[in-house]
Design a binder for this molecule. Structure first.
Ligand code: MG
Length: 460
């Protein structure tokens, strides 16, 4: 794999033209101990399902199986299935609850293996707690099938209930209050990242924070992760050009909400008077006001986030800002990719051997239509055998290659030989992407990120 930096480019981006860099907070600027965090969401969702939706209390024994899900899976609410699909909506792996669905069964359920993602029965799982959400759905479907067929609602209602408890856990602060009380367990401190921010600011870039989190939570997390490492200013409010909390993205990019100004000492709010000012903290607002207040050129702002829908999809569709995505899964995927490389090479060698045999088989089969020559038949059978032998060699290599990725779903970014739907979304809406914001901050602020020419099938 050719790689000279850890920032990957979908669309050419010249950092010299970028004056403003906007940062999302959760999972972008502030990194979480993901497994602990998903585990917390899983537990709180279970408690709420029992308390508010009357689910059997036995579900409280369920434990998060972190490997059970990856981001970008599609939830089929009607049949209780989880699907991994390609960019074209082709199903490549599927599970009903916790059980793998065989290809023949999958074909029976979905007739063609392609699905239309605009169908309301399907939900693409790209929520903040994708893993906890998808795992819990699979576990609950399994419990309904095998233990509580009467006590638990239909699959579609289970999905609805999960959405409800997840929303509630966000709204009633139950997740955030636990995080605030146990910062060390859930939040990662990173001195290098703060150094990178200071370096970019010293180089003339204006960095601002644009987060959906409320002020008290933002303050709690940034006081913990940023303040201890600052060398040029006394707190994060001074570090950032300005801060916008409770931004309600993606509405921030499409609606015309008013800005409120927050007093960082007291947390009190009042309507913003005048233009956005350096060092101040705001709540809500919208991209249109921000752009006009600061007289921004359409493409001098780069926004870096981690959530495909909330941070980049509507931003890319509605505004001219450039986009970057932090994709935590990427480092593990690249590691697996490197380990799997020898197996991929062997598979490719075998496929190169197989191709001329298949061509010869096609030719022989055409000749056999017009002549019943016994020698041709013998040769045909010999070639078929050779192809079968190669297939026998390839199958275990494919299995071996897959072992370096998620045991249930394989690669996050590939679905068979095609890109996964998740990778497709990322490619479509993020100009650049990386596994950690730090990877970006290690690059020169003058970097010219060039995309490579992607060959079309006929150009290969
Ligand atoms: Mg985020």
């Amino acid at each position: 794999m050719k790689q000279d930096s850890n920032v990957f480019v979908n669309r050419t981006l010249n950092l010299q033209k970028i004056n403003y860099i906007g940062l999302d907070m959760d999972h972008t600027l502030v990194k979480y101990h993901s497994e602990n965090f998903e585990c917390l969401a899983h537990t709180l969702m279970l408690e709420k399902l029992v308390e508010t939706k009357g689910y059997p209390s036995e579900i409280l024994d369920l434990e998060l199986q972190y490997d059970r899900a990856i981001r970008g899976l599609v939830l089929d609410k009607k049949f209780g299935n989880l699907l991994k699909v390609s960019r074209y909506g082709a199903i490549r792996v599927s599970y009903h609850g916790l059980e793998n669905i065989s290809f023949s069964k999958q074909k029976k359920i979905y007739r063609s293996t392609y699905i239309d993602l605009s169908d309301p029965n399907y939900d693409v799982i790209d929520t903040t707690f994708s893993i906890a959400f998808a795992t819990l759905f699979a576990q609950l479907v399994d419990l309904k099938d095998h233990k509580f067929p009467q006590e638990m609602p239909d699959y579609a209602v289970i999905a609805e209930d999960l959405n409800y408890v997840l929303d509630t856990a966000h709204r009633d602060e139950s997740i955030k209050s636990v995080v605030c009380e146990n910062l060390e367990k859930y939040i990662i401190k990173d001195k290098e990242l703060v150094e990178g921010l200071e370096y970019y600011i010293k180089s003339g870039k204006k960095i601002f924070l644009l987060t959906n989190s409320e002020f008290y939570y933002t303050k709690k997390l940034l006081d913990y992760t940023i303040n201890p490492f600052l060398t040029h200013c006394s707190n994060w409010q001074e570090l950032f050009e300005f801060t916008i909390v409770f931004a309600q993205k993606p509405r921030f990019f499409i609606d015309q909400l008013n800005f409120l100004e927050i007093d960082p000492e007291t947390g009190k709010m009042e309507n913003k008077s005048g233009k956005i000012e350096k060092g101040k903290v705001y709540q809500a607002g919208c991209e249109t006001t921000l752009t006009s207040d600061l007289n921004l050129l359409p493409d001098e702002t780069l926004y870096i986030g981690d959530h495909i829908y909330g941070d980049v999809v509507l931003l890319k569709k509605n505004c001219a800002w450039r986009t970057a995505l932090v994709v935590e899964e990427l480092s593990k995927e690249i590691e697996g990719f490197k380990k799997a490389e020898p197996y991929v090479e062997k598979i490719e060698q075998l496929m190169d051997k197989k191709h001329p045999l298949e061509v010869a088989l096609n030719r022989l089969s055409a000749e056999l239509i017009s002549s019943n020559d016994d020698q041709l038949k013998v040769r045909f059978d010999e070639l078929m055998l050779e192809v079968a032998e190669i297939d026998k060699e390839v199958s275990p290599l494919i299995r071996k290659q897959q072992e370096f990725f998620n045991p249930y779903w394989g690669e996050t970014f590939r679905s068979g030989i095609e890109e996964s739907y998740f990778a497709h979304q990322m490619e479509r809406f993020a100009c650049i992407y990386m596994s950690d914001l730090k990877d970006f901050l290690k690059m020169s602020p003058r970097s010219y990120f060039r995309s490579t020419k992607r060959p079309l099938a006929h150009e290969l």
